[in-house]
Design a protein around this ligand. Structure first.
Ligand SMILES: [Zn+2]
Length: 645
């Protein structure tokens, strides 16, 4: 292929693609300057003020915040995370331009190119489809499909087909057009035992083409008709994995649902192609299916390109619960809002919609529980909350699950989860953290088979109940302080990013050493540095300047929370000023808590002398000096309560 040929083709695709139209698929654009420019929220960063501009005349785009820019090819490459060739093919197909055969990607496997395989699969798809909708031998299968609620349009749209009851059918249809080796590589036929020729892989089955996200058929799913001989070999049968098809990578229906997912930022994942088609047929635009496997890391990576939220839908039986457990531990550490919906009475989505309604199903989807909550509620149902014993079982099971998640250790997310456990169970965070440490240690020990199990000191069984006894109010309140400090650190950052004009005041009263949380301390340092250089550390300025992805994520989360809490408004509101100092109460409060901690730490250092405070507290025995500290803390809280309105 000459380079000239490719560049002609590229220019042809470019001139027949309208960038404004292309961007509009996922971004709401507003026309400006008489339609010569368009603005919208940037799809490539967390944009709150429209910073993304599309220039209609130049057919180019640029985001003035994250500095992304380019033409239709770079836009699709960035949006779908695909390479140039894939973008070229995608846009060509979108514009209805035929892709020159010799321009297709050609990665060989045993002499048969991928282009050959696509051609074979497309050919087979037409054969199967014809055999279902136009032939006598496909009539029973067609009736069955219509009976199951698949509409004519759906059968046409998804090119559903039928492989007749004949073990040589596809080979005979080929009539030497494709070699046996090529048909075998395409997954349509298999070798007989003893090297005695071939047989068709799918026989007497309804055939569902499986497409990749560029709408190319890469495999088939075959469903046996009820009561047929084929059913004995399994109700569902997929193409074997090959050069084009990997079930741990491919999401069924993504070719149809991609734009819907991109628009709604939400992906609904069901099990299998029939459920997926049923939902799509009913107008749900963002549904995909997994094929004979649970959701994998690669699936999630793929979905994260389009969606912020992923909702897994399971049949509400034990298998569904187990699948949910696996998904939670696998994806807990991922930056994705994972939700889980277990359908009642073990129904699958198609059955549920049939017995209830689409609206009811959509309600369930909208209200699907956050994965972690889902697990928590399942535990509550299993153990109840009445006794201390049940409380401990729940804690154990939740922490066990948490400890299974690789890559979570020490993350902001882990902190949030532990904090939430504290709120839900009323067990102090320090106790939870110690327990968690113990479980992780045990996990490490048991994963090393030769080492002897050792129970860490101070964690004997008879101590457990006492440590989580909610009756010990005093004990709990002092431990609860750690969360209060956490919150104060968090709130101070919220204030800085949304009301950066206060930075000088803040710098005068607290230092980075007053922060305990490592990542938050780094962000605070960053804001201070910025102020030193004469720049306001607003969220906007900070996110542009930040390079560390973890700090960036933290800043984003803080910004989201402060928007929810309307921090900027509260900081402006004169009624919320502290009377004596004229500092906004919110800021006064946060500074106050952090200063108190500093004071307390200094006192503790003096008083403790070789004795660690926490070990005494957790053993449940309070010394006189501890009681004195508690008293002081309580006095301080009473005093501070007076500052509030
Ligand atoms: Zn941007």
């Amino acid at each position: 292929m000459s380079a000239g040929f490719q560049s002609d083709f590229k220019e042809q695709v470019r001139t027949q693609t309208d960038l404004v139209n292309l961007v509009s698929e996922g971004v709401a654009l507003t026309a400006q300057r008489g339609g010569r420019e368009y603005v919208g929220l940037c799809p490539f960063h967390d944009d709150h003020n429209p910073s993304f501009r599309v220039y209609a005349e130049q057919q180019s785009y640029r985001c003035w915040v994250c500095d992304e820019g380019g033409d239709c090819f770079s836009f699709v490459m960035k949006r779908d995370l695909i390479n140039f060739r894939e973008a070229l093919e995608y846009l060509a197909e979108r514009a209805g331009i035929e892709i020159p055969k010799h321009s297709r990607s050609n990665r060989n496997s045993n002499g048969i190119s991928n282009a050959d395989l696509y051609e074979i699969l497309l050919w087979a798809e037409s054969l199967f489809h014809n055999s279902l909708v136009k032939t006598e031998q496909g009539k029973e299968a067609l009736d069955y499909m219509l009976d199951r609620g698949f509409s004519q349009e759906t059968i046409l749209q998804f090119r559903i087909g039928y492989h007749p009851k004949d073990w040589n059918w596809i080979q005979n249809q080929s009539q030497g057009r494709f070699s046996h080796e090529a048909l075998r590589t395409a997954g349509l036929i298999a070798k007989r035992d003893g090297n005695d020729g071939y047989y068709d892989h799918f026989v007497d089955r309804v055939m569902f083409p499986i497409r990749d996200k560029q709408k190319r058929t890469v495999a088939f799913g075959g469903r046996a008709l009820p009561g047929s001989d084929a059913e004995n070999k399994g109700k569902y049968q997929n193409s074997p994995e090959g050069p084009l098809f990997s079930k741990s990578r491919l999401l069924y229906g993504l070719d149809v649902a991609r734009d819907g997912i991109f628009r709604t930022k939400t992906a609904i994942v069901v099990e299998g192609y029939t459920d997926c088609i049923t939902c799509q047929q009913l107008g749900m635009v963002n549904v995909v299916g997994v094929l004979g496997t649970s959701l994998t890391e690669m699936h999630v990576q793929e979905l994260k390109r389009f969606a912020d939220k992923v909702i897994l839908v399971f049949d509400g039986d034990d298998a569904g619960q187990n699948a949910a457990d696996r998904a939670i531990s696998k994806f807990l550490s991922q930056e994705v809002d994972l939700r889980i919906l277990a359908l009642p009475d073990g129904l699958d989505p198609a059955e549920y919609i049939e017995q209830n309604s689409l609206e009811k199903f959509q309600d369930l989807v909208t209200n699907a529980k956050e994965a972690w909550d889902f697990k928590f509620v399942a535990c509550l149902e299993k153990y109840g909350t009445e006794s201390l014993d049940s409380c401990e079982r729940i804690l154990n099971e939740m922490l066990e699950l948490l400890s299974l998640s690789p890559g979570l250790a020490g993350s902001v997310r882990e902190n949030m989860i532990l904090g939430r456990l504290e709120n839900r169970l009323g067990v102090s965070e320090i106790v939870i953290r110690q327990k968690y440490k113990e479980i992780r240690k045990q996990k490490r020990t048991t994963s090393r088979p030769q080492t002897q199990m050792q129970s860490p000191a101070g964690f004997k069984d008879n101590n457990r109940q006492r440590r989580i006894d909610p009756q010990q109010g005093e004990f709990k309140s002092i431990l609860k302080k750690s969360q209060k400090y956490d919150l104060a650190e968090q709130e101070l950052l919220e204030i800085i990013l949304s009301a950066p004009q206060w930075i000088e005041k803040i710098q005068q009263q607290v230092s980075v050493q007053d922060f305990e949380h490592q990542v938050r301390a780094e962000l605070l340092q960053f804001c201070f540095d910025m102020a030193e250089q004469g720049q306001e550390p607003s969220y906007h300025n900070v996110t542009i300047a930040l390079e560390d992805p973890e700090l960036k994520r933290l800043a984003q989360r803080i910004d989201e929370i402060s928007r929810e809490k309307k921090i900027a408004e509260k900081m402006r509101n004169a009624e919320q000023l502290h009377e004596e100092t004229s500092i906004p109460i919110l800021l006064y409060h946060a500074l106050d808590i952090l200063k108190f901690r500093r004071m307390e730490m200094e006192k503790e250092n003096l008083a403790a002398k070789g004795r660690t405070q926490i070990s005494t507290f957790t053993s449940g025995e309070l010394s006189d000096s501890d009681r004195e500290l508690l008293k002081q803390a309580s006095q301080f809280h009473t005093m501070r309560a007076g500052h509030k309105k």
